[in-house]
Structure formats: C-alpha cells, structure tokens
Design a protein around this ligand. Sequence first.
Ligand code: AHG
Ligand code: MN
Ligand code: MN
Length: 338
Amino acid sequence: MKTQPYKQDTGNLAYKVGVTLDRFIKSKQADFPYATGELSQILRDIALASKIVSREISRAGLSDVTGAFGQTNVQGEEQQKLDVVANVRFTRALTKGGEVCAVVSEEEDLVIDLHNSKGKYVVAIDPLDGSSNVDVNVSIGTIFSIYRRLSPVGSPIQEKDVLQNGSGQVAAGYVLYGSSTMLVYTTGHGANGFTYERSLGEFFLSHPEMRMPEDGAIYTINEGLTPHINTNILSYLEACKRRGASARYIGSLVADFHRNLLKGGIYLYPATAQARQGKIRLMYEANALAFIAEQAGGAASDGRQRILDISPEGLHQRTPLFIGSKNMVKQLEEALGN
Ligand code: AHG
Ligand code: MN
Ligand code: MN
C-alpha cells in the first residue's frame, strides 16, 4: 500500500495547541511512586473543579456570588460567598472517585471524612486564596496538597494521616484565576504550568519545567506590617531597595508567588507583634507552594527552617513564610541570624 508522511507544515493555518493536561498527566504517570492511576485521577478531578470555579469567578459580578457569606470560618475570618462556593466545588469533586479518604480545608473546622475508607489519599486545600480580592476583580487562586495516608487502607482515618510534614506531599499545585487561568503542579519531578483554553475547556501545557530565577529584583510584603515586624527583616528589605528591587504586592498569595516564580523575587509574611506565627496557613498554603518552589529551584523557609520540615501540630496552624528565589531566601535567613 502506498502511504505518505503526515504533513505538518501548514504555516499559520492551524497553530498547534500542544499537550493537554490530561495527556501530560497520563504520560507522567510512571513517575508516581505508586503508578495505579489514582493520583492522576485526583489531579484530573481538581482540574475539573477549577474549571467550574473559574467559570463562577469570571461572571462573579453578574451572579450573586460576590460579597460576604455572613459567617466566619474557624480562623475567625469572614467567609466570602466564593470561599464557600469553591470549598463545595473542590470537596464534591474529590468525593466522587473514591481515591481520597479525607479532605482538610481552610474553610472547615475539622477533617472532612469522605467515607471512602478505601481511599489512599488525603487532600489539604485552600479553596479560594485571596478572597478579599474577589469583589475588586483582582487575581485569586486555589492551593492544594496531596498526601498518601499513613494508616492502613480500609481503617478509619487517623490524625497522623492528616498532620504530615510538607515533605510527605506526593503532589501539590495551585490554580491562578488571573488574566488567564493557569494550573501549576508538581509530583516531585519538576513543576509544570498549564493555561486554560476556555473555548476548548482544556488546560494546555504552556510552562514546561518551570524554573525560578536564583536571584530576583522583587520583594513582596504587606508594607503596612513593617512597624510590627523584626527589625532584621526591615534591614533586609532596605538592602533589597538599595540593590534596586521593586515592591510588588497583590494580596493574593498564589498570584504573588506565581509572579515571583516567573520573574524572580521573594514573598515575605513574617510574624508580627500581634500574630506571633504570622498569617499564612502551613497546611493549606505554605506547604504546597514550598514544594513547588523547591521543585522549580527556589526555596521556602519560616526564617529558621525549611517549611517542608515543619511538623504540624494543628490543622489550621500558621507559619511565618519567606518563599521565592533561592538566594534571596538564603540572604533573608542570614539577616535573621540563622
Ligand atoms: P485567604 O484569602 O485564603 O484567607 O488568604 C489570604 C492570604 C494570602 O493570600 C495573602 O497573601 C495574605 O492573606 C494577605 O494578607 P494581608 O491582607 O494581611 O496582606
Ligand atoms: Mn489563602
Ligand atoms: Mn482561602
């Protein structure tokens, strides 16, 4: 039979859309410690929920999902309606497949037992990060960590399944609902970023093997905190300014982190006189971003130790967070005398 090679050269007529998230996850499945496809399914479920949340966010001003929900969460913070919507969307998506036995969420007081006792995985999630920015149309995000349970499959969930060090994460990621929606995730083999093509309903690989510059020229801190923080941090910030660094602060950790990941920089949320452990949540925010930062060649510290080495004592535990370009985080630790 006569055949011909597939002619790909069509000029600009049919530009390549590239690799879908689905295909990418499948192609990387063998990298997972236990290649049964369950972890891949969890990532796909999270991606699906994020598409729904992205849709809700993009029309937020037209539907009744802006503003406060009228309740405070366990951390005493006022819940926004979209916090509640996102929490439901992600939790529901993770309930379906049976791979996840428990979810811990910034928006829930206690561990949610999904009654999938055969599920091998635990997910920690900040369903909507930066929710104070929702009503003013500024970038927000979702952050997630996936752990393998430690107790035997089939038995009731135990505290140790949930309170694992960040170094126990088998995968982590975030979704940024920004000028475009992006999903970035790692399974411990580098970090890859995908951009959502809304009209096709698919994430496509757009940022393969992301690398964070080792040095950067951006510092990211809520400058209003500076009267209440360690003076060594102030000296570090002054040194950044003398070197010509710029201040950039969005107030959504995901968005601030993502910018610094691409451009190089450091994000600081230190302890303050009022909040001795800072503001950022270890289980829902710091651990996932620390895993991604390290996988992209960056670093994450609480000022004394690697974020991923902290042993959590409580679900809603907070931690000071210094995360970003490797050399900047190192200089900050040195400024603190560590
Ligand atoms: P969340 O919306 O999930 O509660 O998180 C808000 C966090 C984080 O995204 C951001 O970097 C930080 O709070 C901002 O805090 P300040 O308003 O104190 O600057
Ligand atoms: Mn958050
Ligand atoms: Mn949140």
